[in-house]
Every structure is written in structure tokens, then in C-alpha cells.
Design a protein around this ligand. Structure first.
Ligand SMILES: NC(=O)c1ccc[n+]([C@@H]2O[C@H](COP(=O)([O-])OP(=O)(O)OC[C@H]3O[C@@H](n4cnc5c(N)ncnc54)[C@H](OP(=O)(O)O)[C@@H]3O)[C@@H](O)[C@H]2O)c1
Length: 276
């Protein structure tokens, strides 16, 4: 089976590419190094030459903040929508979209809404589609995981709202196992939240990371939300991931029922304490 993989140079795309290779799929990477820039792939016609002899498509392109001219509109919405429509036009039967937890009817940030817009296009097409909505994904090479490791190393943890927000981190191996299952599954038309086995607070998550680094728990400095938001609106210019919208999404929480993922994989996902 020939699989076109967008975002193959990224964290999730890279893990996916290696796993697909190992499983015997013929992977056709479609990223900027291979001449595929989403900013220039906004029409169905742009995609058609890339879909010759392709059996399945996995889209793992995305950004967490808009910067250096990259926009949610092009990268999350217009280019993927054109890709999905092109798949339907030429008869690519199977498309897996890596969306994000929160890209649902309650979506309230531009990040989430732009993801949902493309997901909705895909869900309306006559093909076997899968919309995967991961929570925070951690594992070797992940930028957000590296950021949390840096925070976890601090002697005192300055956390908005004392870090009481709920997250449900999922290991990248579980996301990749889900991708492979999507390619094998007899039928599609499935939206699936890809989450770890249990919700934990951000403070607990950082405690687990510290323990894995061989460090004792650190005291938490509770930062009021207004101060965290004020800091984020300035700090985002140096560290774009600190955009206030990302704090807002964290505040809302990032959790979901794990039962559908467990049923799909035929096993529960890896726990944060047991992950590699
Ligand atoms: N990591 C998480 O915790 C997490 C959680 C939920 C959902 N997701 C979603 O999962 C997907 C992958 O995330 P990730 O963590 O693997 O991100 P990542 O490591 O930043 O990778 C992003 C990928 O997008 C590509 N890309 C960026 N701009 C592009 C453009 N203009 N044209 C073509 N490709 C472009 C990058 O290619 P270059 O190397 O050329 O820049 C890279 O391959 C995203 O859609 C993200 O929203 C991630």
C-alpha cells in the first residue's frame, strides 16, 4: 500500500514514517523538503499530481501558533481541505487526518476552529476517513514534551492556576499504533479522541516528568491567571508556544473518554508512568 504522508519531517510525522516503513508500507513523504509547501497547495489541482498511485493519505501538518507568515487558514484549513477533495476526486479510498482534541462543536480558539473546519470537509466526503484528535502527544523529539521537561527541571514550578488544569497526555507510540490501525481497519468514517489512559493535572504531569528525570517533587508557585495571561501576551513574541490562546485551551482542559481508543486498539494506551 502506498501512503502519502504530509508533515513527514515533523515529530508525529517522523514517528509515523518510521513505523509505516517497519510495517512494510511504501511511504511517499510530502513535506517542504520534497517540494510540498501547504501555502502553495490551496486547490484540488495543486494536489492531483501528488496522488498518482496513492492508496491512502495521512495528514500530519500543523502549527500550534501562527508565526513567520504561517497561518491556520492555509495550513489547517485550505490546504488540507483541497487535499481531501482531491483524494475524493481521484479515488484515494482512505484518508487519516491528525486533528486535535478540542476541535469539536465547543472549539473556541482559531487553532481548534481551523482544525475542525478541515475535519468537517473530510467527514463530508465519500471515502474511508478517520479524524484523530490527540491530546498532548509526548515522546522522543516532541517540542511540547521538551518544553514541559524544561519547566519540570525548575527548582520552583511557576504554574498558572497552580497547575490544576487537566491534561491527558498520550504517548506518540500509541498515536502511531492508532494510525496503523486506521490503515488496517475494514471500515472508516470514524472520529476518535486519542488520549492517555487517565486525566491528570498539569502539576501531576510535571511531577511524573520530574520523577523520570530522577528529581524529587518541586514546590509550586501558584501564578494568578491574569498575571499568566499578561506574561504570555508579551512572552509569545520570544516563545510563540506561549500564545495566550494556548493558555486558554489549557485552562479549559484537554481530556476525553479513553474507552473508544482502547476498543479501537484492542488494548489500553500506555500510562505515563510506564511509557518508554
Ligand atoms: N504534538 C502534539 O502534542 C499534538 C497534539 C495534538 C495535535 N497535534 C497535531 O499533530 C500534527 C503534527 O504535530 P507535530 O507535533 O508533529 O508538529 P511538528 O513537529 O511541528 O511538525 C509539523 C509538520 O508540519 C510541517 N509544516 C509546517 N509548515 C508547513 C508548510 N507550510 N507546508 C508543508 N508542511 C509544513 C512541518 O514541516 P517543516 O519541517 O517543513 O516545517 C512538519 O513536518 C499537527 O497538525 C498538530 O496540530 C499535535
Amino acid at each position: 500500500m502506498r501512503v502519502l504522508l504530509t508533515g513527514a519531517s515533523g515529530f508525529i510525522g517522523g514517528h509515523a514514517r518510521r513505523a509505516l516503513d517497519r510495517a512494510g508500507y511504501a511511504v511517499v513523504p510530502a513535506d517542504r523538503r520534497h517540494g510540498v509547501d501547504f501555502d502553495r497547495m490551496l486547490t484540488v489541482e495543486d494536489w492531483l499530481p501528488h496522488l498518482r498511485d496513492i492508496d491512502a493519505v495521512i495528514n500530519s501538518v500543523g502549527i500550534i501558533v501562527e508565526w513567520r507568515g504561517k497561518t491556520f487558514e492555509n495550513l489547517h484549513q485550505r490546504a488540507p481541505a483541497a487535499l481531501f477533495r482531491a483524494c475524493a476526486r481521484v479515488g484515494v479510498r482512505r484518508v487519516v487526518q491528525i486533528s486535535a482534541l478540542g476541535a469539536d462543536e465547543r472549539a473556541f480558539t482559531r487553532y481548534q476552529r481551523s482544525k475542525k473546519a478541515a475535519d468537517d470537509v473530510l467527514r463530508g466526503l465519500p471515502l474511508e476517513w478517520f479524524v484523530l484528535r490527540p491530546s498532548l502527544v509526548y515522546g522522543e523529539g516532541g517540542a511540547s514534551a521538551a518544553m514541559f521537561r524544561r519547566i519540570a527541571r525548575l527548582p520552583v514550578l511557576p504554574l498558572a492556576g497552580a497547575g490544576r488544569q487537566f491534561v491527558q497526555p498520550v504517548h506518540v507510540d500509541d498515536l502511531v499504533a492508532t494510525l496503523l490501525q486506521c490503515l488496517r481497519s475494514a471500515s472508516g468514517r470514524l472520529t476518535l479522541d486519542v488520549v492517555g489512559p487517565r486525566p491528570l493535572t498539569l502539576a501531576e504531569w510535571l511531577r511524573v516528568i520530574r520523577a523520570r528525570l530522577g528529581r524529587a517533587p518541586a514546590p509550586i508557585l501558584a501564578v494568578p491567571w491574569w498575571l499568566a495571561m499578561a506574561f504570555a501576551s508579551v512572552a509569545r513574541f520570544a516563545l510563540p508556544i506561549l500564545h495566550p490562546d494556548n493558555l486558554r485551551m489549557l485552562r479549559r482542559g484537554n481530556t476525553a473518554d479513553v474507552a473508544p481508543l482502547t476498543a479501537f486498539l484492542g488494548r489500553p494506551p500506555i500510562g505515563v508512568e510506564d511509557s518508554p
